[in-house]
Design a binder for this molecule. Structure first.
Ligand code: F6P
Length: 547
């Protein structure tokens, strides 16, 4: 069954939130903390190895009650059941949305078109496991009998970003294999990677759900041509494997059918790292760690499915985001992990969030008259503090920010970690409290700054504070906690799509550019420019003349 369709702005909870916003828009978090000693415990959640503190938000209990009322009025509970049970909630593509099934327990029963899909999922998982073990242990060899040393993942979008993010995040758990990623159709990208490779010892994993994506096919052909300079056609079968739903195109490319890892159309590309799309993750860190990643995600799925909404981490984070997006008019959210390992988390979630919820037509087919998808961006702390934090602290825009930190470092370097984490805590405190005129003046007095200079400098040194943050404090970065963290954000995306009454699991918006690029490519090849606007025509003719 489909998700129900309601314009959220017509609900009673929305109207109440609108009114409530009038009293909250100028509320001071600092005052609310002063007036309520138990605010931190009131607005915090503890689950497994996660502590989520959301008390540094411009909210009070009434805000939370109304947001939860909104979720109820929009039948979020029913939507979650449909999502997990494999109802065809991706209506514009007529599909179920079941990336959660990929990490379900073997005993689960998840029916798609009358069939339990779990045995099939486990069959592919077993294939990933044995393939991983053969490559990691050097049993599977290249065309000259040497074990593989390098893996190249060729894919783009969801067939690249998830594996790149997870391999980077789990670097500490990595084995001896060097893992590379080729995504951009920019030939310089693939050539820079090729430079580092020996064809005798490199395994290529072509990942494309459709196996029609221009970037991936072009890169795969370039790599195959380079490979065939040293090897024979028959050797392709030993060095190329594919992950795809399109077995026909894969075998036509020359890949042996035994070397194809299937996936299913009910797995969206941007949510596919849990499927065989994650083969390069499994190769990089071993199957056991890959399985732990899935286990962590499954635990978050269970939490999301079963916890009451007022104790439900993805639901709370999604509702807070709706509060800022739709009532405060915040346009973007920052995501700041205090670990270098998560440097690819923001780019990964950019696809997850913005490809999913960057929609302007409601599930009823009408244009929406309210804001939907937030812009996500971020970089690890403390680097980001020295880059763009100035704007978050003293700029004109409201940027709700998630801080993600870990209690334990992986290498046990206490000195570094305490310094890192003191920054982590200091930033959310500074964003909350800011710095008053009196505090600035007291500093000037201490430093002996002249009254004229102090009067001039004062406005620049004041921080208004009252900038909202969520703090996710996790015990340690492990495959399990990474799995839970990623699943948390996946569910946040889902909840927001339900609230905004949009279809989160299609991506028609990326099609137009692809179509135009195909016709422009034939114009470049034939040097005959068709009818375009004058800007595009003059740019194209400059390119053709000067290339
Ligand atoms: O960018 C559009 C998109 O369809 C993504 O959703 C997808 O992750 C990516 O292209 C790659 O698609 P494929 O796996 O079919 O090559």
């Amino acid at each position: 069954m489909a998700l129900q369709t309601t314009n959220p702005t017509t609900t009673q909870a929305w109207q109440k939130l609108q009114k409530h916003f009038e009293t909250m828009q100028n509320a001071s978090m600092k005052t609310m903390f002063k007036e309520n000693n138990s605010r931190a415990t009131q607005f915090h959640l503890q689950w497994n190895e996660f502590l989520v503190d959301y008390s540094k938000n411009i909210i009070n209990q009434e805000t939370m009650n109304l947001l939860l009322e909104l979720a109820d009025e929009l039948q979020l509970k029913d939507a979650i059941v449909k999502y997990f049970e494999g109802d065809s909630i991706n209506q514009t593509e007529d599909r179920a949305v079941l990336h959660t099934a990929l990490r379900a327990l073997a005993t689960s029963n998840i029916i798609v078109e009358g069939e339990n899909v779990v045995p099939e999922i486990y069959e592919v998982k077993n294939k990933i496991e044995s393939f991983t073990n053969e490559v990691v242990n050097g049993v599977r060899k290249g065309f000259t009998g040497k074990a593989f040393t390098d893996i190249v993942n060729i894919g783009i979008g969801g067939s690249d970003l998830g594996p790149v993010m997870a391999v980077e995040a789990l670097q500490y758990y990595k084995n001896h294999l060097n893992v590379h990623f080729v995504s951009n159709v920019d030939g310089d990208h693939v050539n820079e990677i090729i430079k580092k490779l020996n064809p005798e010892t490199t395994l290529f994993v072509i990942v494309s759900k459709t196996f029609t994506t221009q970037e991936t096919l072009t890169n795969s052909e370039t790599i195959r041509t380079w490979f065939l300079q040293s090897a024979k056609q028959d050797d392709v079968a030993k060095h190329f494997v594919a992950v795809s739903t399109n077995i026909k195109n894969v075998t036509e490319f020359g890949i042996n059918e035994n070397n194809v890892f299937p996936m299913w159309d009910w797995v969206g590309g941007r949510f596919s790292l849990w499927s065989a799309v994650g083969l390069s993750i499994s190769l990089a860190v071993g199957f056991d760690n890959f399985d732990k990643l899935l286990k962590g995600a499954n635990e978050m799925d269970e939490h999301f499915k079963t916890a009451n909404f007022d104790k439900n981490i993805p639901v709370i984070l999604a509702l807070l985001s709706v509060w800022y997006n739709n009532f405060f008019g915040a346009e973007s959210e920052a995501l700041i992990p205090y670990t270098q390992y998560l440097q690819k988390l923001a780019p990964y979630l950019q696809q997850g969030t913005m490809e999913s919820n960057g929609k302007s037509v409601g599930r009823d087919g009408n244009p929406v008259k309210y804001q939907t998808g937030t812009i996500i961006w971020g970089e690890p702390g403390t680097n980001s503090q020295h880059a763009f934090f100035q704007l978050i602290h003293q700029g004109t825009k409201l940027i709700p920010t998630d801080f993600i930190g870990f209690v334990k470092p992986l290498y046990g370097n206490e000195d570094h970690h305490d310094k890192l984490m003191s920054n982590f805590f200091a930033q959310t405190e500074a964003l909350l409290n800011g710095k008053t005129e009196a505090q600035v003046q007291a500093e000037f007095d201490k430093q002996g700054v002249s009254p004229e200079r102090a009067a001039f400098l004062l406005p620049f040194k004041v921080f208004t504070g009252n900038k909202p943050t969520n703090t996710l404090l996790i015990q340690k970065l492990t495959p399990e906690t990474l799995g839970s963290l990623v699943a948390l954000y996946e569910h946040k995306i889902f909840v927001q799509g339900v609230i905004w009454n949009i279809f989160s699991f299609d991506q028609w918006g990326v099609e137009l550019g692809k179509q135009l690029a195909t016709s422009i490519l034939s114009e470049i090849n034939s040097e005959k420019i068709n009818d375009h606007d004058s800007s595009t025509t003059s740019l194209l003719s400059h390119y053709i003349k000067n290339k």
